[in-house]
Design a protein around this ligand. Sequence first.
Ligand code: HEM
Length: 198
Amino acid sequence: MRAARIGDLGANPIEEITHETAIWTFQLLLATLAIAPIGYLTTWHRLMPARRMVGLFTFFYGCLHFATYVVLDWFFDVEAIVEDVVERPYITAGFTGFVLLIPLAVTSTRAMVRRLGSRRWQLLHRLVYVSATAGAAHFLWQAKADLRRPGLYAGLLAVPLGIRLWQRPIAFGPVGLDPTRKARHEVLPEPVENGGEA
Ligand code: HEM
């Protein structure tokens, strides 16, 4: 949003706003996903309480990105938006990624963690990996020619995703890097008032 602050959004401001909100959404999503593996691999868990806030920032920027599309691209033309989401696969992927962030933001409060129970809450919040994968597909798909940046971001996303799968392979049971370290990694960050994690 630096460009908006200095009043220089270039020749195509809508494209610039879409780009800025998109990149911030993806970078914040990557930052959210990086926090747990950093704690897991280094045993330095000081960043864990920040994960919730970074997750909420991700959702906030996702909302800005989606709002740019709804308001500036389509000016609230719901029919055209539905058609676009259904017909253009890269928009379908982005929409899926965004929609999956909603339950995570909604269940981010202390009360929701308590209501769902830690186990169910953690299972639900694994949707963040599905959301990020949809976001990466969306990014790769919309790129016209130069795949370097979307490719780099997809590669960066593969790191926490790979660690997550290695740590607890879905199909083969709990045989991770070091099962004794799992409990610390899995500890929920202390919920904060009106805070949450995407
Ligand atoms: C997890 C959610 C999402 C992420 C991480 C994400 C990320 C991105 C990224 C990285 C770009 C490329 C920006 C650029 O290089 O200029 C992009 C472009 C775009 N996104 Fe998203 N996006 C998400 C959700 C959505 C949603 C929900 C919509 C609308 C339904 C949407 C519509 C668009 C559009 C229209 C573009 C521009 C494509 C173009 O220039 O042709 N995105 N998004």
